[in-house]
Design a protein around this ligand. Sequence first.
Ligand SMILES: [Zn+2]
Length: 510
Amino acid sequence: MVDGKLLVEKLIVYATKFLYMSELDETYMRNTLLVHFKLDAPMEKVPNLEYIKHMTVPDVLLDEIKDYAMENNIAEDDTQKTLFASFIMGCLTQKPSEINQSFNYIREKMGAQPACDYLYNLSVMNNYIQKTAIEKNLGWTHKDGDNLLEITINLSKPEKDNKDIAKLLKEGNKDKKYPACALCPENEGYLGGYNHPPRANLRTVSITLGGEKWKVQYSPYAYFEEHCIVFNQEHTPMKMTRETVNKLLDFIELFPNYFIGSNSDLPIVGGSILNHEHYQGGKHVMPMHRANVLYTLKSEKFHDVEVGILNWYNSVIRLTGYNRNTVSELAGDIIEAWKGYSDEVVGIFNSVKDRHNTCTLIARYLSDGKYCVEIILRNNYTTAEFPGGVFHAHPEHHNIKKEGIGLIEAMGLFILPGRLKAQTDEMAKILLKEKSFRYKEDDPMYVHKNMVKRLIKDNPDITEKSEADEAIKAYINDTCVQILGDTSVFKKDEAGTIGFRRFLLTCEIK
Ligand SMILES: [Zn+2]
């Protein structure tokens, strides 16, 4: 049994040390916790709790809160106890106004990185960023010629529980969902439910991009270092226009320590949320950012902007220069030209009326202080042969990745589904002949039939588990390379290279 009174004291020590709680708020916070824990008086003789100050994550305390909630009828299932624990962490965390004040003060006095450190550490210590879960993700790198891809298997996002889905049905169909979506500002402090993750401990900071009110927060299931999400305060759809460039550049001027990128504004080649305008960024140097320039070109209109075509899998234009205005103007020209461009010779079907062209857009500062804008050209055209998209991962790769290839993956950091962990373990057993592979459609492994056939054919004599793992990994690596190639609108062959130059000419780039 958890000692509730002692837990209250532990949380007070924890919040004072890690969540910037003022001593002036101690009594008030103790009384607040007593209410939520259904206790009438605090502990009389508090033992030494110095060890709390050496914690690096709040996991132990979270577990105690959850157990206490179950033991005292505050929660009756896993979802409810998780919501309650997040709610308590939210109580212990300062209000958004105080967070904004501290963030802006630190940025003014010390710079953007210390301000980011403040919000990031706070989000880890109040358990919004699930650090322990994130550390369980599997990951490796794949050297492919001059490039280095990063491949991760995401085990930190919890699978939906069927029991929760049943309870959700009982809740009934609400006409209007609140908050309207996962990105709306109404999430800040929201308890959550069976259909909505806990957000009581979410804290954001407000910024201005392109004259509009936007907010910044960290991702709870970070895919890379200091993975932040930047979203419009209004629930308004994704856009890819000249103004997008301007907003991304506004962001890096506020956060010169981060890159920032926008997914496209069309399905298939965009992110998973198209109905709320948002960007993603962070401190990580993405694989594409390390890619070299294959050849450089000149803009007739803007002589001070360097134009480079990247030695990268998909079709990327890198613009760099010291002058924000000219970099921004040229990027805007390219985006608008691409949206209206069509070249059926190389299979790019598009029209202004029935638009398939869009892009993925990334901005950052280079170490020499230049602005850098990268435009990945995208197209979401579908055919009978490729109903999922001509420039989307082709069907033979769907056993590894079926979801859209968004911003992060287009830049070479793959986030593969968690199911692959168990499935690749199963494959290793098949390769080691410990199990046979049944080619039946109802088998969950059936999606991998071609992969398994190929692995068996290429590796008939494997006897060690490590060899089997390596062979499987090599297959996944190769698939990721091919997926990026699938998304390339201008292929790397002669026709594609000429086609790319033909498009750039329409933007007066030679
Ligand atoms: Zn929204």
